[in-house]
Ligand binder design. Structure first.
Ligand code: 13P
Length: 288
């Protein structure tokens, strides 16, 4: 199966009451580990790529080629979408041209009407070629690749207007934050989430900042219309910890332990384990 848009997998997840993971990728090891794990678990997946990660990996075309070729080489049969995460207006167009199958246009930092107009334009461009679109209302808290959000809670009325542009999924701030949650975090605002789902006529909702959100909150969010959950930092932490342990144990100094295929193996395995934990928590195992 070729790479797909995120539309059908999210409609199915929304209807059947589970979440599809957006796992952000950073390099070859990330991409390979995620693809191998989702195939083993027969789960759909959305591979998230931020503009910063795309730049790091050599541009949008390089990322598309990497994902496509690995996908074919590894004989992946589960639905896989390649999705621009927090795309700018220009970034959305560039990623679309490079072959991304799903685009997030994040216009949440614009004044609302400008966000609306730009979202409409991106929807028209993407839908012409069967590419799904995510929009955002109400910034997500924390910092990701230099994009800083204040953590505001979205206005359900604005969500309804943006949902009417024909977007396929909506990210709405409900107190979620990118990165680790502080110990005094107030938790997700479920009453606003319920209101947003009500006013948007059942559009699949997206929960950003999936790192560290406890299982009971994830399950409740899914029951209130969340069909896509983004996870990035948690995999980075798992990769770094496993790699640190390997080096601290002096394994890189034993034999050919410095070979990147050995040095990066524990980190890659930690990515697979984290993906497994998340897919199990979100309920998407065997849903491909
Ligand atoms: P975390 O890094 O907090 O998991 O958030 C990921 C995310 O929301 C990507 O858009």
């Amino acid at each position: 199966m070729a790479l797909v848009s995120a539309k059908e997998m999210l409609i199915k997840a929304h209807k059947e009451g589970y979440g599809v993971a957006q796992i952000n990728i950073n390099n070859l090891e990330w991409t390979k580990s995620v693809l191998l794990e989702v195939e083993a678990l027969k789960s759909p997946v959305i591979l998230g790529v931020s503009e910063g990660a795309a730049k790091y990996m050599g541009g949008y075309k390089t990322v598309v080629a990497l994902v496509k070729e690995l996908h074919d080489y590894l004989n992946i049969t589960v639905p896989v979408a390649i999705h621009l995460d927090h795309g700018s207006y220009e970034g959305a167009k560039a990623a679309l041209a490079a072959g991304f199958t799903s685009i997030m246009f994040d216009g949440s930092h614009y004044e609302f009407n400008e966000n609306l107009e730009k979202t409409k334009e991106i929807v028209a461009l993407c839908h012409k070629v069967g590419v799904s679109v995510e929009a955002e209302v109400g910034a997500i808290g924390g910092e990701e690749d230099g994009v800083v959000g204040s953590g505001e809670v979205a206005d359900p009325k604005e969500c309804a207007i943006i949902a009417n542009t024909g977007i396929d999924m909506l990210a709405a701030g409900i107190g979620n934050i990118h990165g680790k949650y502080p110990s005094n975090w107030a938790g997700l605002n479920f009453s606003v989430l319920a209101e947003i789902q009500d006013t948007t006529n059942g559009i699949p909702l997206v929960l950003h900042g999936g790192t560290g959100i406890p299982e009971d909150m994830i399950k409740k969010a899914i029951s209130l219309g969340v069909a896509k959950i983004n996870v990035n930092t948690e995999l980075q932490l798992a990769f770094a910890e496993a790699t640190r342990k390997y080096i601290e144990a002096g394994k890189d100094l034993e034999g050919k332990g410095f070979d990147p295929r050995k040095l990066l193996a524990p980190g890659s395995e930690a990515i697979r384990q984290t993906v497994k934990d998340k897919l199990t928590m979100f309920g998407s195992v065997n849903k491909a």
